[in-house]
Each structure stands twice: as C-alpha cells, then as structure tokens.
Design a protein around this ligand. Structure first.
Ligand SMILES: Cc1cc2nc3c(=O)[nH]c(=O)nc-3n(C[C@H](O)[C@H](O)[C@H](O)COP(=O)(O)OP(=O)(O)OC[C@H]3O[C@@H](n4cnc5c(N)ncnc54)[C@H](O)[C@@H]3O)c2cc1C
Length: 380
C-alpha cells in the first residue's frame, strides 16, 4: 500500500537552537512549520558548550519569549590582550548605554528555553531523512520515524542541521586548532568580565557564567590531546600558564573538545531549499559569533517569508540580505585567528599597536564592540 503524502508549507530539518528559533518566529507571525530532528530532544541537554550571546541576540529571543533570563550571566567588560606582547584594550558596557555587552548562557539552557515553547506535534524527533526530491515548487522528503516511513511535501525546505560534513558546496579552511572547553572557578570572582587572550597556540576565552568561568582553550591538536589527558591540577596549571597570574583557577569541570575549521556554503538558496545557521557557515568560536549569526539568519528568513511569501524572488532577497553579515562575520573571525595565532615578532608588534590603537582611539574600539553587539547593523 502506498503511504499518503502529508503536506506542510515549511519543513525545517534540524531542531537545534537555530531551527527552533526559526520555527517559533514563524509561528509568532502566524506561519506554521514542522521541525524534524534525528536526535531525541534530551540530547540537546548533553551539549557542553557555553555561548556568548550578543545584546542583539537577547532582544530577538525576547520577542519569542525564549530568553533564558535566569540562566544568563551578563558581560559588563571585555578585556582583550596578547600573551607575551604589549597592548591591551578594554570594552565597557558604560560606553554603549546598555545593561550588558552580551550574555553567557549554556547551550542546554538556551535549547531548553526554546523547546519549552514548541507546541505539541511541531517536532518529529528521532527522525531519519531517507531522501529529498527537490523541484522548482518545493521538495518531497521521505523519512522514517518510530519505524514508520512517511513522505512529506513542502513548499520550502530549510536546512538547519548544524556543521556540515563533506559537501562539495561547502569550502573548508582548517585552523589546525582544537577548542578544549570546560568550566573553572576563578579567584577573585570574575566581576562579570570576559577575557579574550591571544596566544601563539590560539585564542583563550574566559566567559563569566554564574560563579564560574566557561573556558574556551584553543590549541594545536597535539597540545589539545595532552591537555585533555591531564589531571585537574596539571590542567589548571596549563590554563594558568596561558592566561598569566592575574587570577587563580580551581576545580575544573569535565572537558570536551571541538576541532575548528571555517566552513562556508557557497550559496544559501537552491530552488526551494535554504540553508541557515551552522550549516550555512561554521566559524571559529573566537569572539562568539556563530550562534549570533545563525540567529540573525533565522530572523531575517522569517521576516522575508512573512513579508513576501514563499517564492524564488523572496528567497533571492533573503540570500542577498545575509551576504554582508555572514561574510563580515567569517572574515572578522578568520582574520583575527590567523593574525594572532603565531609568535612572529613583527606581527606581535603590529598586534600590540593594533590593541593600543583600539584602546586610545574610541571610534575604532566602538566599531569592533558594535559588531559584537549588533552584527551587520554595526556597519555604516
Ligand atoms: C567550542 C565552541 C564554542 C562556541 N561558542 C560560541 C559563542 O560563544 N557564541 C556563539 O554565538 N556561538 C558559539 N559557538 C557556535 C555555536 O555553538 C553554533 O553556531 C550553534 O550551536 C549553531 O546552532 P545550529 O542550530 O545551527 O546547529 P546545532 O546546534 O548543531 O543543531 C543542529 C541540529 O540539527 C540536527 N540534525 C543534524 N543533522 C540532521 C539530519 N540529517 N536530520 C535531522 N536533524 C539533523 C542535530 O541533531 C541538531 O539538533 C561555539 C561553537 C563551539 C564549537
């Protein structure tokens, strides 16, 4: 017997934070959509990452009642420096008349806040895609859920599956760095200050999270192997050596690691398929741009669809509207990582001068700060 074909306007593949944001924003505008994910929802609660979210991200999440206020720690100042070199700059919320420059939230708390707003039946979890047959008017997706095969016809297929695997449409530039992440207890307390410390091994970020610091310790793969294998005392000492002596770190929590590469999809739209979030661009975590960018993808796509409907012209408008923000974000993080992750003496002097210039020349500092707070809206 042939399965009946179900129909939806918009099918979103991937119920991570970006996919869920799109679904909820569309629902708030009266446009239904269906989410599917290959994992059980409980898996989102196992993600160890802490995310620095911009002030702009908070504003968007508040509009869909998904801002995890109680789980968010404000960042009031950001200290940027380089190990073994001169120059530093301090970005302060007081210069921007904002309650905070940004916020630090655990991925799992953000995911839980979004998932709490999903209506019953809006997510097909533990669902495997068997095939996609796309044409000019939409896509027919065959899938298996709970042992049952289903076929869904949609007018728009949104890919929000997160970091892509091998795909000829995605260019990959490896950083030869891994991020080792964990939480540590600082002494003295963090005072809501984030630190971005550039070292020849890669950037080290300390993000205030509750009473702890969430650490993103970037290292070449072999050094990451060694750091992952250390006992807690040796790990704290390695972190201390990288950061310097201004604070002491104790009680490191469980460690996880992520290999880092820049992955950029060459086109965001193909027929009635569109790619958003990490599946469109996966960035180095330096300066915490990835989810913020994915959130703006979801928001912009939602606004375009609600305003102009689902057709080729509106999808073209969407792709054009995201060009500056995503390319700017990718270039910004890529240039920072490559310029700072080495111990070349002339570059060290140039970096020191750059950091000094940011410190003594407020317009330059404001430009960087506003990009972190607002994304492309910071550009003139
Ligand atoms: C160490 C580290 C630190 C970071 N720090 C920050 C930060 O401070 N600030 C920031 O903004 N960003 C940060 N990021 C980036 C951020 O984590 C990502 O940008 C964000 O998680 C992307 O969300 P997403 O929903 O696109 O993808 P994901 O979170 O990966 O979700 C994708 C979903 O799709 C599902 N899926 C995948 N394939 C399929 C399939 N075939 N069928 C069905 N479902 C599927 C998955 O199960 C998952 O639920 C960091 C990243 C790393 C690695």
């Amino acid at each position: 017997m042939t399965e009946a074909v179900e129909t939806v306007d918009i099918l979103i593949v991937g119920a991570g934070p970006v996919g869920m944001t799109l679904h909820l924003a569309l629902a708030a505008g009266g446009q239904p959509s269906l989410l599917i994910d290959r994992r059980p929802p409980a898996d989102l609660q196992t993600d160890p990452r802490a995310l620095a979210l911009s002030h702009g991200a908070r504003e968007l999440l508040e509009q869909i009642a998904s801002w995890p206020a109680r789980a968010a720690t404000p960042i009031e100042t950001i200290h940027v420096s380089q190990k073994g070199g001169f120059g530093r700059t301090l970005i302060d919320r007081d210069d921007y008349a904002l309650p905070a420059l940004g916020y630090v939230v655990r991925y799992r708390d953000l995911a839980a806040a979004l998932a709490a707003n999903l209506a019953t039946g809006s997510l097909l979890a533990e669902t495997e895609i068997l095939g996609i047959d796309a044409d000019d008017d939409g896509a027919t997706v065959s899938l298996r859920q709970a042992g049952r095969q289903r076929t869904i016809r949609c007018r728009l297929l949104v890919h929000a599956e997160g970091t892509p695997g091998d795909d000829p449409a995605v260019s990959v530039s490896d950083y030869d760095q891994h991020a080792v992440i964990c939480e540590v207890t600082p002494t003295p307390s963090h005072g809501r200050r984030a630190w971005e410390r550039f070292t020849p091994d890669g950037p080290l970020a300390l993000l205030p999270l509750g009473e702890e610091y969430a650490i993103v310790f970037t290292l070449p793969p072999a050094k990451a192997d060694a750091v992952m294998a250390m006992d807690d005392a040796a790990f704290s000492a390695a972190l201390q050596a990288q950061f310097g002596s201004r604070m002491r770190f104790a009680r490191p929590g469980p460690r996880s690691r992520f290999p880092l590469a820049l992955r950029l999809r060459d086109t965001l739209v193909k027929g009635r398929e569109v790619w958003i979030g990490n599946t469109a661009q996966t960035l180095h975590p330096v300066s915490g741009q990835g989810f913020n960018l994915g959130l703006r993808d979801a928001w912009q796509l939602c606004e375009t669809l609600l305003r102009s409907g689902i057709d080729a012209a509106s999808l073209g408008d969407y792709a054009a509207s995201r060009r500056l923000d995503r390319r700017g974000g990718a270039l910004f993080t890529d240039r920072i990582v490559r310029a700072f992750s080495n111990d070349c003496a002339p570059l060290q002097v140039a970096r020191g001068l750059g950091l000094l210039a940011l410190d003594v020349f407020p317009p330059a500092r404001h430009f960087v700060a506003k990009r972190m707070i607002w994304g492309a809206r910071a550009w003139p």
